[in-house]
Design a protein around this ligand. Structure first.
Ligand SMILES: Cc1ccnnc1
Length: 293
């Protein structure tokens, strides 16, 4: 996709903020020509190499390239257009209104295993698609999983700002995601890999079924120590009602050795990840059909 230098505001009406991150603000917008709604992600461009504000163009280009490669999948946010207005690069993304999975959990403290397993199934379909394209998300966490609508379990993965194409040649080491979800290899600045996402899936699953976080300490350093020591328990206070299958699923992901960690493909066949219900299967087929048209 080329970055259009057409004035963004001449083609879109811009409305309220619907999200914001370290270097980006997301606003609901309407395309004048079609009246379709989208999410406009304004990413500030770094003007001077030494500045800490904004992102360098090559980092922004990486997110655009990854989205372009991935986005025809019903569990990945889709990219409609890209603008460059001088100060910002504006990604025009599919609008997803169901809120973050994170909020959904906080309202509920924890989810039933059926609901957690259905969400995980969707997340794993998206992660499988990324990994089959040699792309690692590297910042998977409940905030980056959006619900298509409140009462549905159809989810979309967003924010590919830290994602990379993982090639054996390029050893990516210079990365730090969110302490609670980072894998031991990130803390130890060892080469990252697709398995790094699977560790995060293990942490997300632990949180979805128990409402507590496996490695969270009182400081970032304490959290990192817990992660590298793989120091976690299924505290009976939170796990008394949790099935052995759910614990087995988590145990196979929170493994220090990346070669022994379950892959996305393997995790889809784990008995805790229920096969999709007929209704979900049909909903997914419809969503995919819409994506392809
Ligand atoms: C926050 C957000 C991002 C992308 N699409 N919809 C909402």
């Amino acid at each position: 996709i080329e970055y259009s230098t057409e004035p963004f505001e001449s083609l879109y009406e811009v409305y309220e903020d619907i999200g914001s991150g370290q270097f980006a603000v997301v606003r609901r917008c309407v395309e004048k020509a079609t009246r379709s709604e989208y999410a406009a992600k304004y990413i500030r461009k770094r003007r001077v190499a030494s500045s800490r504000r904004g992102l360098p163009l090559e980092v922004i280009a990486r997110e655009v390239h990854v989205l372009q490669k991935l986005h025809k999948h019903q569990n990945i946010i889709s990219l409609h257009q890209v603008f460059d207005n001088g100060q910002h690069v504006i990604l025009v993304l599919e609008l997803v209104r169901g809120g973050e999975l994170f909020e959904h959990i906080s309202e509920r403290e924890r989810l039933s295993e059926e609901e957690a397993s259905a969400f995980l199934h969707q997340i794993l379909l998206g992660v499988c698609h990324m990994h089959s394209n040699d792309i690692a998300h590297l910042d998977l966490k409940p905030e980056n999983v959006l619900l298509l609508s409140k009462n549905r379990q159809h989810i979309k993965l967003i924010d590919f700002g830290l994602s990379r194409v993982i090639t054996d040649a390029e050893e990516v080491r210079d990365l730090m995601g969110t302490a609670e979800f980072v894998a031991p290899e990130i803390v130890n600045y060892e080469p990252l890999c697709l398995a790094t996402d699977m560790w995060a899936i293990g942490v997300i699953t632990y949180i979805l079924v128990s409402g507590s976080s496996p490695f969270l300490g009182d400081s970032q350093q304490e959290t990192f120590n817990n992660v590298t020591a793989v120091d976690y328990t299924f505290d009976t206070q939170y796990f008394s009602g949790t099935s052995d299958l759910a614990k087995d699923f988590i145990c196979r992901l929170l493994v220090k050795d990346v070669r022994k960690r379950m892959t996305a493909k393997e995790s889809l066949s784990h008995p805790w990840i229920q096969p999709e219900s007929e209704e979900q299967e049909e909903e997914r087929r419809d969503a995919q059909t819409n994506m392809d048209n």
